[in-house]
Design a binder for this molecule. Structure first.
Ligand code: FAD
Length: 399
C-alpha cells in the first residue's frame, strides 16, 4: 500500500528514544524526540554495553566514537566477599569481541547520550509530555509548556515511570525485589586494595553484593552495591538519602577493596530495586512502548539499556518493512518473550548473589562455572538479524 510517510513522535530522549530515532533515520523515517530535561546528562552513572547492544550501535555508525569513550573490561570475575578469592573468571577483552561479534564496553552514561544525541539530530529538550489524545487517524501530544504536536505514531520511550504506558496498557504494580542499591564512580587511585581494576567484578556475600567495572579511559570504576532490605519499601519515593555511615556499615567486614569503594562514593542515595510485571499489551493503536517503559528489569545482568537498544532497532526495522499496525504487532511479538526471559533471569540472579557462606553458595559457585552459557543466550542475540528476517513481503510503513 503506497501512502504518506509516517510522522513519528518519540517521548523520551534516553538511550532507547535516541537509538530509535537514529535507527529510523537510517531507514529513511524522520522522527522527533521530545525530552523533558533541559539538557541530556546524567551525573554519576555509567552503563555496561554488551555485544547485543554495542553491535547495534556499531552498525548505526557509532563504533569509533564509542570506542574512544569506553573501557574494555579484561575479564568477568566473581569473588568471595571477605577474602577476595577468585571463584570464577571468564575472559572478556578481544576474545569476547571475537566470540560475540561486538565489544563489551564500560561507558559513562552522559558520553553515551551525547554520542547518540549528536548522531540523531532532532531532539527537543524541555518538552515534558503531559497529555495524549486521539486526533483523526493519529494523536495529539500535549506538553507541560502548553504546546501541542500531532503524530501518526507515538513511541513511549519515557522510562520506568512512563507517562505513555498508562495510555497503552493496564499497569500492574511493580514488584519489590526486597533489595535496594546505591552506586558511585570512584577513581582507581583511591582503591589501593582493589585487585584487577580493569575487570568486571562481582563481590558476593551474605545479604549483598557489589559489582564494578571500568569506564572511559579505565581510570575510574563504576560500582553498584546491592543489599537485602526484606521489609517492604517504606518510602513513597523510589529513592531515599543514606548517610555515608549507613553505606559503610552495611559492608563492614567485607574485603578492603569493597569498603574503600563504598567509602569513596560521593552519591548518598539508594534506590529501591523493583521489577516490572508483564503488561497486557505493548501497543494500543499507533501508541507503542519501548525500553524500561515496557519491561523495566533488575540490573543484575546489566541488560536494561542493552534490551532497550535491541527494542529500538527491532521497532525501526518493523516500521520500515510493514504497514503500521502489522509492524507494531510484529515488534511486540519479537520482543515480549525475549525481554521477559531476561527479566526473569535477572530476578533469579538477585537471590543467588546474596547467599551466605555454605553449601548453597558453593553450589552457586559451581554453577557459575557455566556463566558462558548465560552470556551466550543473552549477548549473542542479534536483534537486527531477527527482525530483518522477512515476515511478509517488505513494504515501507504507511498510515
Ligand atoms: P531512560 O534511559 O530512563 O530514558 C527515559 C527518558 O524519558 C529520560 O531521559 C526521561 O527524562 C524522559 N522522560 C520521562 N518522562 C517524560 C515525559 N513525560 N516527557 C518527556 N520525556 C520524558 N542497563 C544496562 O544495560 N547496563 C548497565 O550496566 C545498567 N546499569 C544500571 C544501573 C542502575 C543502578 C540502574 C538503575 C539501571 C541500570 N541499567 C543498566 C538499566 C538502564 O539504565 C535502563 O534500562 C535504560 O536506561 C532504559 O532506557 P530507556 O530509554 O527505556 O529509559
Amino acid at each position: 500500500m503506497a501512502g504518506q510517510a509516517l510522522s513519528v513522535a518519540i517521548v523520551g530522549g534516553g538511550i532507547g528514544g535516541l537509538t530509535l530515532a537514529l535507527a529510523l533515520r537510517e531507514r529513511g523515517i524522520e522522527a522527533r524526540v521530545y525530552e523533558r530535561s533541559s539538557e541530556l546528562r546524567e551525573i554519576g552513572a555509567a552503563v555496561a554495553l554488551s555485544a547485543n547492544g554495542s553491535r547495534v550501535l556499531e552498525r548505526l555508525g557509532l563504533g569509533a566514537e564509542l570506542a574512544a569513550c569506553s573501557a574494555v573490561p579484561t575479564e568477568l570475575v566473581y569473588r568471595h566477599w571477605r577474602g577476595g578469592r577468585r571463584l570464577v573468571a571468564y575472559p572478556i577483552g578481544a576474545a569476547y569481541e571475537e566470540r560475540f561479534a561486538g565489544p563489551y564496553y564500560g561507558i559513562h552514561r552522559a558520553d553515551l547520550q551525547r554520542i547518540l544525541a549528536g548522531a540523531c539530530g532532532n531532539v527537543q529538550l524541555g518538552r515534558q509530555l503531559t497529555g495524549l489524545a486521539s486526533a483523526g487517524s493519529g494523536y495529539r501530544l500535549e506538553f507541560a509548556d502548553g504546546s501541542a504536536e500531532t503524530a501518526d505514531v507515538v513511541v513511549g520511550a519515557d522510562g520506568v515511570h512512563s507517562t505513555v504506558r498508562g495510555w497503552v496498557a493496564e499497569v500492574p504494580p511493580a514488584r519489590y525485589s526486597g533489595t535496594s542499591g546505591f552506586r558511585g564512580l570512584v577513581p582507581v587511585e583511591q582503591l589501593p586494595s582493589l585487585p584487577d581494576p580493569g575487570a568486571i567484578q562481582f563481590w558476593m556475600g551474605p545479604g549483598g553484593h557489589l559489582l564494578h567495572y571500568p569506564i572511559g579511559d579505565g581510570s575510574v570504576v563504576n560500582f553498584l552495591a546491592v543489599l537485602d532490605e526484606p521489609a517492604a519499601w517504606a518510602s513513597d519515593s523510589w529513592t531515599e538519602e543514606i548517610t555515608p555511615h549507613q553505606a559503610e556499615a552495611a559492608f563492614d567486614g567485607w574485603h578492603p577493596a569493597v569498603r574503600e569503594m563504598v567509602a569513596a562514593t560521593t552519591l548518598h542515595q539508594r534506590w529501591a530495586l523493583f521489577g516490572a510485571q508483564p503488561l497486557n499489551r505493548w501497543h494500543r493503536g499507533g501508541v507503542v512502548l519501548l525500553g524500561d517503559a515496557a519491561h523495566a528489569m533488575l540490573p543484575h545482568h546489566g541488560q536494561g539499556a542493552n534490551q532497550t537498544i535491541e527494542d529500538a532497532v527491532t521497532l525501526a526495522e518493523c516500521l520500515a518493512r510493514q504497514t503500521l499496525l502489522s509492524a507494531l504487532d510484529r515488534y511486540e511479538k519479537l520482543r515480549r518473550g525475549r525481554t521477559r526471559a531476561v527479566q526473569r533471569s535477572s530476578w533469579v540472579a538477585s537471590g543467588l548473589l546474596h547467599l551466605p557462606d555454605g553449601p548453597a553458595a558453593e553450589a552457586r559457585d559451581r554453577a557459575l562455572e557455566r556463566i558462558g552459557g548465560t552470556l551466550e543466550w543473552i549477548h549473542s542475540h542479534d536483534a537486527l538479524a531477527v527482525s530483518s528476517a522477512p515476515a511478509s513481503p517488505p513494504r515501507a510503513a504507511t498510515r
